[in-house]
Design a protein around this ligand. Sequence first.
Ligand code: NDP
Length: 358
Amino acid sequence: MINTKVSLRYLCMMFESTSDRLTGAARISKGRRTRRCFYVTIGAMMAKAQQRAELLEGRPVADAIKKEVAAEVSRLREQHGVVTRLAAVLVGDDAASAVYVRNKVRACAEVGIESDKIDLSASTTTEELLAVVRRLNADDNVDGILVQLPLPKQIDDSVIIEAIDPAKDVDAFHPTNVGYLAMGRPRFVPCTPAGIIELLDRNQIEIAGANACVVGRSQIVGRPIASLLLQRHATVTICHSKTRDLPAVTREADILIAAIGRPAFIRGNFIKPGATVIDVGVNQVTRVEGAREFFGFDADKRIEAIEKRGYTLVGDVHPAEADLIAGRRTPVPGGVGLLTVAMLMKNSLQAAKWRRGL
Ligand code: NDP
């Protein structure tokens, strides 16, 4: 039922995009010839409806980056006696944050980076967290400092971000690193945007000259990815909640980046046929009907996940519809998130080298 709905929606969209062709055909043809032409066109569209966007998997690219980092971490240790070390601070008991920090600590172990995980209670004050950050700044054995966001609401996160030594700021949220990036002279680059560029580059997706559209203007994703794309000579449009006629703007994009935080918000009619769609969003779907609508042919696995653990994940892009229109898209999970962690490893390595002038 849902599959039929998706196919019909796709056909309607195809009709819109091919309406000129059809109108032209109808004008020059009459009777049976028109009907035959119509059925041939429908047949071609049905065949195309079976096609799916190529999946830009994060795993192979993340693995390649981690392999390169591991080799360099080991070279630093052997040739310079440098032990690369990341300190990860987790405040409170947010379940998603705990998973993110656990994955980052696990990745450190994979690439040979030492890690210290510092757990602080949910009632930690700004002053208490500041004291921890200052201690890590002063510790010469620590190369990178990561304070997992979001922080409990009693903590002023900008005070904490600005207290981190910019030379150890592996998340690249400190105003000094944000400023360097905005000037086109990046030092540390935030991990998710840096990972997206790696994903595009290592899949030979041309950035220079492309129309790139970023939906979302956060400090963490939207703004820095727009800066990076601009530096790589894309023509960049940044959209947000006040953008007028969003689908008309996003439909111009050869590279569409969705960093919104709204489940399956980017529908098929937002996407230019053949575009590369990078889905940054991570949203939980807890309803079986939601899974059926978003995942189309792939819904069964997702419904199973909901039944087993209470949720499945969807990005900001409607996967079933994007599959029918986009040329390539990143999956959620298994796309951008894996690159975020890999780039944190790369930034930690850079921190160890830059601090020592290596
Ligand atoms: P924020 O909430 O900070 O920003 C969301 C942005 O989306 C804002 O700029 C907002 O516009 C815009 N927006 C919201 N609603 C609309 C709308 N209806 N139309 C157009 N724009 C809209 O989110 P983040 O950038 O921090 O994160 C975005 C998503 O990416 C989240 O799902 C998050 O979980 C995920 N994420 C994933 C990571 C990964 O590694 N995979 C890493 C970081 C984030 P405005 O500014 O006008 O309010």
